[in-house]
Design a protein around this ligand. Structure first.
Ligand code: ADP
Ligand code: MG
Length: 278
């Protein structure tokens, strides 16, 4: 399959709840092969836009097409084979073990030829999300970060050409933040259209092909990280002074802080507990 147009295309999208505009005049395109990061302050409309792009929220005006077909024309199962969503707020999945949660990602492929791949795909997805060691654990007993990684494994197991993730790194440690985004990027390199909501702007700079910035329900910037992540724009949009530092080719986005952090120069801080992997 070769296509030149975007895989996902939102045109003139507006959402209103009780007459409050939540999204207005949103036009966004996402192509196969690109990782687009959605950023913006709390309440800017990121999760709402992701819901609209996923077909889970019906816009008040405008619409979204996926592979040139309007989302409302998709049957639920057909849509589930095209796009997977990792939500910001996860259900608790009471009584389910981690491997079972990941297996749920395969449900759109039940009774198709691809069902034969289920076990292999579930195992590979668990490895890529680093949840193999929790396979037999009950999902609600996991930590927040472990639950997020399990949700990511389920998303990977769904094997869709469009992946949407809402703040997937919010509860993750540094290693797992980096590995999740590296896996998301490799999915894009393999042709998927990937949309990720992130708050960490340095992380966005490192992994995004393109950044779409929302403020007050509108797209206020859409471009490569270097064009969007400027001190002027971020300071205005986040209503807090922000500095952007170019460090060895990487953009670091740092809030300006008024109180200097106390210096601990000279003290050597070491981990006192025995290292379990040694
Ligand atoms: P973000 O993800 O950028 O933090 P959201 O898209 O979740 O923002 O929400 C945008 C705004 O819309 C917020 O002010 C939120 O309170 C409001 N909102 C979201 N969903 C609803 C809803 N179902 N009913 C009323 N207001 C909502
Ligand atoms: Mg949100």
């Amino acid at each position: 399959m070769s296509r030149t147009g975007p895989l996902l295309s939102a045109r003139g999208v507006g959402v209103r709840y009780d007459d409050n505009p939540i999204l207005s005049d949103v036009d966004v395109d996402i192509r196969g092969g690109e990782l687009v990061v959605l950023v913006g302050p709390n309440g800017a409309g990121k999760s709402t836009l992701l819901g609209v792009l996923a077909g889970d929220i019906e816009p008040t005006v405008g619409g979204v097409s996926l592979d040139d077909k309007p989302l409302p024309a998709y049957a639920a199962r057909e849509l589930a084979r095209q796009r997977g969503v990792q939500l910001q707020k996860q259900g608790l999945a009471f009584g389910f073990r981690v491997r079972e949660v990941v297996q749920m990602g395969r449900s759109p492929w039940h009774r198709t030829a691809r069902e034969d791949d289920d076990e292999r795909v579930v195992s590979e997805s668990m490895q890529r999300a680093d949840v193999v060691e929790f396979a037999a654990r009950l999902y609600p007993t996991l930590s927040g970060g472990e639950q997020a990684r399990t949700s990511f494994a389920r998303l990977l197991a769904q094997e869709t050409p469009v992946l949407m993730l809402d703040e997937p790194t919010a509860a993750l440690d540094i290693r797992h933040q980096e590995s999740l985004l590296a896996v998301a990027r490799s999915a894009a390199q393999a042709g998927a259209a990937v949309v990720v909501v992130l708050h960490d702007l340095s992380l966005a700079a490192a992994y995004a092909d393109r950044i779409v910035m929302l403020a007050h329900g509108r797209v206020c910037a859409n471009g490569v990280p270097r064009d969007v992540l400027t001190s002027e724009l971020l300071t205005e949009v986040y209503e807090h002074p922000v500095e952007v530092i170019d460090h060895a080719g990487a953009l670091l986005v740092v809030p300006v802080r008024t109180r200097a952090v106390e210096s601990h120069a000279g003290e050597e801080v070491r981990c006192a507990t025995p290292w379990p992997h040694a």
